[in-house]
Write a protein that binds this ligand. Structure first.
Ligand code: AMP
Length: 181
């Protein structure tokens, strides 16, 4: 008798991500990652697979985006033995910050990073949960590069390929574990 082949990370993620139609508003299919977080083996496999992808680009540090980017960025940083830099919503970081504005469907939003957290010439891996339109990641790439940082890669467990987000990261390699559409 031969042992069954282990499921691919794509299969594992697809089985542990729940589609929630019409959340947070009509027409959006929300990718709910909470079943993945509740499954220790699946979550560990996700972090290990992301770590392998990110390590190949040899970053000096990770930059995780509030808030679901933190869920993946923190264990990934520990796993890879790399510093973790947090990009936060306005008013959350206590020291001098650099900020970036980006467009939402209606209006605009901002993200901030400690101005001294990004070191000129160092290579950064951006981490978030979902690459959708790419607007958030594009804004954070511009924040990192404005401060003199270089991009090693951008990495996401999930990508909504039909929204074309990776095209907005021109020049930055995007890694994702499972691509929808
Ligand atoms: P975007 O700027 O469009 O690439 O969107 C990025 C952020 O929005 C990610 O940090 C996700 O957390 C969230 N997001 C966008 N679309 C979805 C979706 N369909 N399901 C879950 N999260 C989403």
């Amino acid at each position: 008798m031969t042992a069954a082949a282990p499921d691919s990370i794509e299969t594992v993620l697809q089985s542990l991500i729940r589609d929630v139609p019409n959340f947070p508003k009509p027409g959006i299919v929300f990718k709910d990652i909470t079943p993945l977080l509740e499954d220790t083996c699946g979550f560990r496999a996700c972090i290990e697979a992301l770590a392998e992808r990110v390590a190949a680009h040899k970053p000096d540090a990770l930059v995780a985006i509030e808030s679901r980017g933190f869920i993946f960025g923190a264990p990934l940083a520990l796993h890879l033995g790399l510093p973790l830099i947090v990009v936060r919503k306005p008013g959350k970081l206590p020291r001098a910050t650099e900020s970036v504005a980006y467009q939402l469907e209606y209006g605009e939003d901002r993200l901030e990073v400690h101005a001294d957290a990004i070191l000129p010439g160092k290579r950064y891996a951006l981490i978030d949960d979902v690459l959708a339109t790419g607007g958030t990641a594009e804004a954070v790439v511009s924040l990192i590069t404005r401060l003199g940082g270089r991009m090693a890669c951008a990495a996401f467990p999930l990508e909504l390929g039909f929204l074309g987000g990776r095209a907005r990261l021109a020049g930055t390699v995007a890694e994702s574990l499972v691509v929808y559409g």
